[in-house]
Design a protein around this ligand. Structure first.
Ligand SMILES: [Zn+2]
Ligand SMILES: [Zn+2]
Length: 368
């Protein structure tokens, strides 16, 4: 099967033909219909966060189950599935208390077993145990969830990481309450998901900040009540617009000075929600006395604090009910050979998500 292979930082991805094993035990083989370009793959493409090579990146996948291992009971051939990087064991303390996203022992293949993917006999790594930029993925069943057959699989794919992270940050991590004042810094796929979820949660004011005017327009369409291009006076602008600060500030990019600005935008008792991933060694500076006096709180978010087997189907149904707009979130559909260009376009900042689509599987799924 064909896959886009990562051979190391700052090198172009190459489409190659890989060998893929058959599913063992709890594994599922999936024909990929669609695979989203999320920013976290890009951190590895640049080398900001190290990743072993060769590897297949990509981790927002939707597709059709092609085969299952002998121990799989939750999936059958033909099921429509979405993947999630939050592979979980189901047995550790975090899992049994509903926090599968914080699983302490993610199940994998035995070290002595044959690798799932290989190129000319050499093992190929799967990013997040998925490896979605490929015609097929061979994964543990606890990386997958079924979704309704009515759900278009290209839009389902982006729920698997970006939308799950943004919407989950609002509903699970922050628990935004009706009438509250919300600031969203960064309006890419995750930030725009936060804007939409804040609207669904009944926020009274949603202030969107991004450097790109086109994204601010989309943010307004999705429910932002105010939107402006950030800058040195962003804190003052938020304080004026909100009459004293925000109850929740979400930083969805992962930039030091934006996180630091975000803290200063909080109202007394406000919550700073850090969603965007930074470089490995990044730290931020926070004014301690103000944080004490104002009782500011700080929360990190991992994969939307989501038990994904509950939340991915839930967010798919919000789409089918017309409450969560995923159509506008996808700016372009591309082929496996266009991923480098897709990331370059994303970095220009002018559009939201590019999604790799495999037309044959999309058509097959739609016909079912
Ligand atoms: Zn676990
Ligand atoms: Zn992601």
């Amino acid at each position: 099967m064909k896959a886009s292979v990562f051979f190391g930082p700052k090198r172009k991805l190459e489409v190659r033909t890989l060998a893929i094993d058959s599913p063992m035990a709890n594994e599922v083989l999936v024909d990929v219909a669609a695979s989203g370009l999320c920013h976290s793959d890009y951190h590895h493409m640049t080398g900001d966060i190290p990743h072993p090579a060769p590897a297949v990146l990509g981790h927002e996948v939707a597709g059709l189950v092609a085969a299952v291992g002998e121990s799989v009971t939750g999936f059958k051939v033909g099921d429509h599935v979405v993947s999630c990087p939050s592979l979980f064991c189901g047995k550790c303390l975090q899992c049994v208390t509903g926090n599968t996203h914080r699983c302490e022992s993610r199940p994998g293949r035995a070290a002595e077993a044959k690798s799932r993917l290989s190129l000319d006999g050499e093992a190929v790594h799967q990013f997040y145990a998925l490896g979605g930029f490929a015609e097929q993925i061979l994964v543990h069943e606890n990386s997958l969830v079924t979704v309704s057959r009515e759900m278009p699989l290209d839009r389902a794919a982006i729920i698997g990481c970006g939308v799950l992270t943004g919407v989950g940050a609002v509903f699970n991590s922050a628990k935004v309450h009706p009438g509250s004042k919300v600031v969203v810094i960064g309006c890419g796929g995750v930030g725009l998901s936060i804007v939409q979820a804040a609207r669904i949660a009944g926020a009274g004011q949603i202030i969107a900040i991004d450097r790109v005017a086109e994204k601010l327009e989309i943010a307004r369409k999705f429910g932002a009540t105010d939107a402006f291009q950030g800058g040195d006076d962003a804190v003052a602008q938020v304080r004026e617009l909100s009459h004293g600060g925000a109850d929740y500030v979400f930083e969805a990019i992962g930039i030091k000075h934006l996180i630091e600005q975000g803290v200063q935008m909080l109202a007394p008792g406000g919550l700073m929600v850090m969603v965007g991933a930074t470089r490995m060694d990044e730290s931020v500076s926070i004014p301690v006395l103000w944080t004490l006096a104002m009782e500011w709180r700080i929360q990190g978010v991992r994969m939307g604090s989501s038990p994904f087997t509950r939340d991915i189907p839930t967010y798919a149904s919000l789409y089918l009910q017309g409450k969560l707009d995923l159509d506008t979130m996808i700016a372009e559909r591309i082929g496996l050979e266009d991923i480098d260009r897709g990331y370059a376009t994303m970095l220009e900042g002018k559009h939201t998500r590019s999604v790799v689509v495999f037309d044959d599987v999309m058509k097959h799924a739609a016909a079912q």
